[in-house]
Design a binder for this molecule. Sequence first.
Ligand code: SF4
Length: 269
Amino acid sequence: MALSKIEWTESTWNPVTGCTKISDGCKHCYAERMAKRLKAMGQPNYRKGFQVALHEHVLEYPLKWKKPQTIFVNSMSDLFHKQVPDSFIFKIFGVMKQAYWHQFQILTKRSGRLKELATVLDWPENVWIGVSVENEAVMSRIDDLKCVPASIKFLSLEPLLGSLVHLDLSSIDWVIVGGESGPGARQMKKEWVMQIKEQSSEQNVPFHFKQWGGVNKRKNGRLLENRIWDEMPIPFKIDALKNGIEHNKTNALGQQKAPLVPHSARCRR
Ligand code: SF4
């Protein structure tokens, strides 16, 4: 298990590493930078650097982690990359179903393949699925996501590279917004963030503001309108499992909305 510094998760699990760039949001890919660094450090899972690699030996790790936690699946890759065989994706879903005490979060830019496989994959309640959308050019990923019969569907609007003024958030359960960080980071305008925040509020969808980003992301922080926005959707079953075992980040800040029941699916085929 690797503890994660990402604000909206707790741990990462990487049965697949490596990827290839697919849209503007990939330009300064953090996973690519990290993979190159880990290769240089001699980390065996990164022998191939940022080329797609499958790691059978880590498949069962979540079954060994007894403490319930929120796990970001493939933070160093894209699970629906064409070089990941269907059979390996099925294995990953099998482990997530078995490890019912954890909450898994998957994020992809390959929404076309996600939509194709969604009908044949088994979607246990503890698996959340999201798509990354960085600008209007890739808004169709949201329509693809709406076809997935997952309990929680979310959007990661990061790195936000333009305004998204016509967001239809029906059947979307959570919106995350963040600016790009690291060398060469592209600027995110406050008006873009506020437009999304207002649309989330109007459509009653939890809003999480991850960061302003920039070359020095620590300095720029994550305050928006003088407060932290850490809203999250909490499914009742998982919340009950966690209750009393560990604190919930959002509850600790006292900023969480009441738990929301997921919207009914609205899929445009
Ligand atoms: S899809 Fe994600 S992991 Fe793959 S290159 Fe783009 S940003 Fe990096």
